[in-house]
Design a protein around this ligand. Structure first.
Ligand code: FAD
Length: 398
């Protein structure tokens, strides 16, 4: 392997030369993130340039194999890349459910044709994916799902409804759990299908959230024809893939606890605290807020270190296990505490909804605070994570 110091220096030099100035400023809110996709419009050409340059090196998916467009980096090299990106305060060039959820399971369970078809497009941000898991009667009890896919020879015919499909209104393709055997035990009759959201019979209706935005939708399927080649893994064997994907999802959501998510218009918590609660020669003037901020930053650091240790301890290629539930639980509860503290720091300036009395940064923080409430529900609720930890990690009886 290349000398780690040389690798770090090469990465830093490349980033210095290739990361455009406007991409070295943290995002003000989640909505500023680049999710790519067929319909993505780039108001800022530097955003597209940054994506294209990173994708050309495979660094949007640094550890994926080069043959599928990834960077081919080791986990240690990927951490160096992440460190160097952090140092220059670079924005992620691309955020996507393809990167964090679908890609890892395609690498494990997809056939060669599926990997060659879908992975490079995820790396380049060409296709935006959404997740068709939950249904009105199947959330925590996911295996209770009822969307049917009937075998029609050369294709499946899909009928049913999904709910809480985040960004379905912007997505190009969906990874979807369907019931292919209604007579089997409920975990045994499920399959994992991929299909284009522009297929005839797919319709989407956004749902408005407490934060005022509509990032998720009801998604309806009426006689949607899905080619057989879009089945991942074996027919009726989708539950194994579904569970593995959930582990990747929980790891990703738990990562919010690192405090790297957007908030405060790109300012750090310490900067905001000094600005809103007073700056006493470089220290946060309010001693109560000061100690709460310090405690929170320590928790964040300890959490990030623990996750890192766990990843190091996992054998290469093993992927996330039941420990992802511990990280999901702790990370999301910590992210919610982080927003509570940000709102406390902003004081009455966190009470705005719209209007000139509040800056865009203040308004964004209020809405992100409301959005954070969903963290302990999405990807499996905190209660369900506690059940998994009790049974699979601690080995307690049912
Ligand atoms: C912001 C957000 C984004 C989402 N995005 C997506 C998406 O893109 N795609 C998708 O498919 N889904 C998505 N979801 C749905 C999400 O996965 C479900 O909301 C979640 O799995 C919980 O299911 P439910 O809403 O049906 O709640 P329920 O399962 O009805 O749970 C209701 C309450 O009962 C508790 N409960 C349920 N079962 C147990 C148990 N066995 N033991 C103890 N307590 C229990 C739960 O913890 C919860 O408090 C999203 C949800 C949110 C909030």
């Amino acid at each position: 392997m290349e000398n780690p110091d040389t690798f770090r220096a090469d990465v830093a030099k490349w980033l210095e030369e290739n990361c455009p100035p406007s991409m070295r400023k943290p995002m003000g809110s989640e909505e500023e993130a680049n999710w790519g996709g067929r319909r993505k419009q780039y108001a800022n050409p530097e955003e597209k340039l940054w994506l294209d340059r990173m994708a050309a090196r495979g660094w949007t998916c640094p550890t994926w194999p080069k043959e599928y467009g990834g960077g081919g980096l080791t986990a240690a090299q990927a951490r160096v890349l992440a460190d160097e990106l952090r140092k220059i305060r670079a924005r992620p060039p691309l955020i996507s459910f393809g990167i964090t959820m679908l890609g890892p399971v395609l690498l494990e369970y997809g056939n060669e044709e599926q990997k060659r078809e879908h992975l490079p497009k995820i790396v380049r941000g060409e296709i935006r994916w959404c997740q068709g898991y939950s249904e009105p009667g199947a959330g925590s009890d996911l295996a209770g799902l009822q969307t049917r896919a009937e075998d029609k020879g050369d294709h499946y015919l899909v009928n049913g409804q999904k709910i809480w499909t985040s960004y379905a209104n912007y997505a190009d393709w969906i990874f979807c759990l369907v019931r292919t055997d209604p007579n089997a035990a409920k975990h045994d009759g499920i399959s994992f299908l991929l299909f284009d959201m522009e297929s005839p019979g797919v319709s989407v209706s956004p749902i408005k959230l407490i934060s005022g935005s509509s990032p998720f939708c009801q998604t309806f399927f009426q006689d949607v024809k899905v080619p057989k080649k879009n089945l991942v893994g074996v027919k009726n064997g989708g539950w194994t893939i579904a569970k593995k994907l959930l582990q990747h999802e929980r790891e990703m959501i738990g990562g919010m606890g690192f405090g790297l998510a957007a908030s405060g218009g790109g300012a750090t918590m310490e900067q905001l605290a000094k600005e809103y609660c007073g700056d006493d020669s470089g220290r946060i003037a309010d001693p109560v807020i000061r100690s709460e901020v310090v405690q929170h930053l320590m928790d964040q650091r300890v959490f990030a270190t623990t996750v890192r240790r766990s990843v190091e301890e996992a054998k290469a290629g093993q992927g996330p296990g039941a420990a992802s539930s511990m990280f999901k639980l702790y990370g999301t509860e910590m992210n919610k505490r982080r927003y509570e503290l940000l709102v406390k720091i902003l004081g009455s300036q966190a009470l705005g909804w719209e209007g000139s009395g509040f800056s865009p940064r203040e308004l964004a923080t209020t809405r992100e605070w409301l959005r954070s409430k969903g963290n302990s529900i999405e990807g499996g609720t905190s209660e369900v994570q506690l059940n998994i930890i009790a049974k699979r990690v601690l080995g307690l009886p049912d």
